[in-house]
Ligand binder design. Structure first.
Ligand code: HPA
Length: 406
């Protein structure tokens, strides 16, 4: 695994004020990557661009980097960014980059806006823009912190058909019958390949809560019932949720096997946030149902999966999941329509749950196992379960590999 990290986060005193901004969680991640035989590339585009330490504070204003006195230092920032980019992309591996939040070169998503008043603007720093153009997954130290598990904040794993075997890896502390989970339908019975008991415990020492089965819209349950496990996980303190689901791969776009969900299209006709604010019990968890869905699936977690998969030698790509109601599989015309929509995988779960998790402020990782090609004749629930079994070891390895880095 190749990880690019802003060196100030590792303790190098290279910031404008002559200080470091060490982040223990990022330092720990870097150590783990190195211990596992990976490479950590430290970067500081300002220093690479020839700027002194300490130096006047700079902020990004549109395409220009400006000092408080209005002086422009864009050229040095761009020179440094290009030099560090060559270093970061020295191999064919597309790395994951953990960059200093809000900085004019490394900021991801937000940067200080050039007024030198502490105000933030949406956008990426000069170096982060270049990495983003090359498809590198980027995160800040805030994301690494938010994804760090603890006993108070275990990782939730909500598993789909044929993937429940992962609960066998848990060193259990406590079991919770789904019937005791608020909002979970009292009459629900597991479909084959699912089980209705959550396990709280650890996997390889990492605190987790594993939900080895779920209910689906196609069984006649509502979107709030389908997402009751997510709400439960949030109430238990989980900040990261991993969803795993079986899907069909769209022929010509994706292949059978494991993929990471980068985005989704909700074609289920349902949304768990409908009527959300009228549910008194849940009102404290979500302040508005009009939730921004610009980035549901956490780039940091997606980058970790791709790095772990590469280390394991398995071909894992990212895709777009279409969530459909089911339970019938797709017609050839529907598969053609999904392909035209930019879909790579189609499945009957996960989309509503991911919407709920994102609305609850959770970091979301979506893994999918394409057990068949969408629209192919002869697909049944049994063939889906059989195919899932064939990939059980790979799936376990991927999840353990990611948990080990959190
Ligand atoms: N379509 C929808 N859901 C699925 C499929 C499929 O082909 N395979 C497994 N889940």
């Amino acid at each position: 695994m190749r990880l690019v990290v802003s060196t100030c986060l590792l303790g190098t005193a290279c910031r404008y004020d002559g200080r470091a901004k060490r982040c223990d969680e990022v330092a720990r991640l870097s150590r783990k990557v190195r211990d596992a035989g990976g490479t950590v590339v430290g970067v500081c585009p300002e220093v690479a661009g020839g700027l002194p330490v300490p130096r006047p504070c700079a902020e990004l204003c549109g395409d220009e980097v400006v000092l408080a006195n209005g002086h422009r230092v864009t050229e040095a920032f761009e020179r440094g960014a290009r030099l560090e980019l060559d270093e970061a992309l020295a191999t064919h591996d597309l790395p994951l980059a953990v960059l200093k939040a809000r900085s004019p070169s490394c900021g991801v998503g937000f940067v200080y806006d050039g007024t030198h008043t502490g105000t933030l603007a949406r956008g990426n720093g000069v170096f982060a823009r270049l990495l983003g153009e090359r498809g590198v997954h980027m995160a800040t130290e805030d994301s690494v912190r938010a994804c760090t598990p603890s006993m108070e904040h275990p990782v939730a794993l909500i598993l789909g058909s044929g993937m429940g075997h992962l609960s066998g890896l848990v060193k259990p502390v406590r079991r919770i019958a789904y019937q005791d989970i608020a909002g979970f339908p009292a009459d629900a019975r597991p479909v084959e390949g699912h089980s209705f008991e959550a396990t709280v415990g650890t996997i390889d020492g990492v605190p987790v809560v594993v939900y080895p089965g779920r209910v689906h819209l196609y069984q006649g349950y509502g979107a709030l019932e389908v997402t009751s496990l997510v709400q439960h996980a949030r109430c238990l303190g989980c900040r990261v949720v991993v969803f795993a689901c079986a899907t069909g791969a769209i022929p010509g776009v994706a292949r059978k096997g494991l993929s990471v969900i980068a985005d989704h299209i909700n074609l289920t006709g349902a949304n768990p946030l409908v009527g959300w604010n009228v549910t008194e019990d849940s009102a404290p968890l979500v302040s508005t149902e009009f939730v921004d869905m610009a980035q549901v699936y956490t780039p940091y977690l997606r980058g970790l999966v791709l790095g772990v998969a590469r280390d394991m030698g398995i071909d894992v790509k990212e895709g777009v999941l279409a969530g459909v109601l089911g339970p019938s599989f797709e017609t050839p015309a529907e598969v053609g329509a999904l392909k035209a929509l930019g879909v790579s995988h189609v499945g009957m779960s996960t989309v509503c749950e991911a919407i709920m998790a994102h609305a609850l402020g959770m970091q979301v990782l979506g893994l999918t196992l394409a057990t068949n090609y969408a629209g192919e004749p002869g697909v049944s629930h049994q063939t889906v379960l059989r195919e899932a079994q064939l990939h059980a070891e790979e799936f376990e390895g991927l999840v353990r590999g990611v948990l080990a880095l959190l």
